[in-house]
Design a protein around this ligand. Sequence first.
Ligand code: BMA
Length: 317
Amino acid sequence: MDKQVSRKLHHPLFQRYPENPILSPEQWPYVANATFNPGVATIDGETILLVRVEDMRGFSHLTIARSKDGKTDWRVEVHPALEPEAESREEQWGLEDPRIVFLEERGEYAITYVSFSSSGPLVSLALTEDFQGFTRVGPIMPPEDKDASLFPRRFKGRYALIHRPIIRGEGDIWISFSPDLTHWGNHRVLIHTRPGWWDSQRVGLGTQPIETPEGWLIIYHGIRMTASGSIYRVGLALLDLEEPWRVIRRSDEWVLGPRMRYQQGGDVPGVTFPTGAVFDEETGKLRIYYGIADTRIGLATANMDQLLDCILACPQS
Ligand code: BMA
């Protein structure tokens, strides 16, 4: 389909939920400065958000909020699900920005999150069957590294991890492989920054990778520096289904950004930061959950067929 046509047909691709923000620190059962950047999973039809909660020292932990429809009536747990371990130097400054996938063959969820050490952010992994008990695998990528997610399945026996190391100040998205979730190698650059573009400064994974018949849909954030700070917007890419280190398509344009007034209010205005997605097969809609200005949580939905039309009309990468 012609790119211009597809853009007009489906513009805007994502519809912001009219009642945004769906969760705010004021709704928390205990004192919190900010509640944002959640990982998402569904169990028995219920939506579970693993929310990054920043306390009044500026350190974060992860707490669960549940909702039957994924939009309203959130029940927030009174105690954190994952907190920094007191003796852990890797978690000294808190836990941030989880992404969740269900590892079908293991029958458990993998949670990749940022541990903040005094040497910088790094990627850690925890596993859970039910979001009640957690097995902490611990750090899997050294600093500086963040914005990580596993894929829900293996590729020729190897697990794959998307992550974003900072190398000489540059932030491209990488992919790495492991036979056992502990030893990682075969590192490759996956999605690079584009000088001059909306995603010129840094790019990082947004939600967990989403399997579709056309390939792995990647929703990523791109950063541009401006005179009044950074703008975090959202773009799309498509990876080969069996060789996910191959980028098939990448959107020229961003598909979601901080446009609404409520997206400018918070600790870090101008940040739209998706971290979790749920595909509803019955409605054909994708729901994405994102951090608003590092303070609250927003929801946006898109029709999956339109998303795929859009990404397939994008340039080959
Ligand atoms: C990134 C992460 C996110 C945060 C974003 C915008 O580097 O630290 O947690 O939402 O910056 O401040």
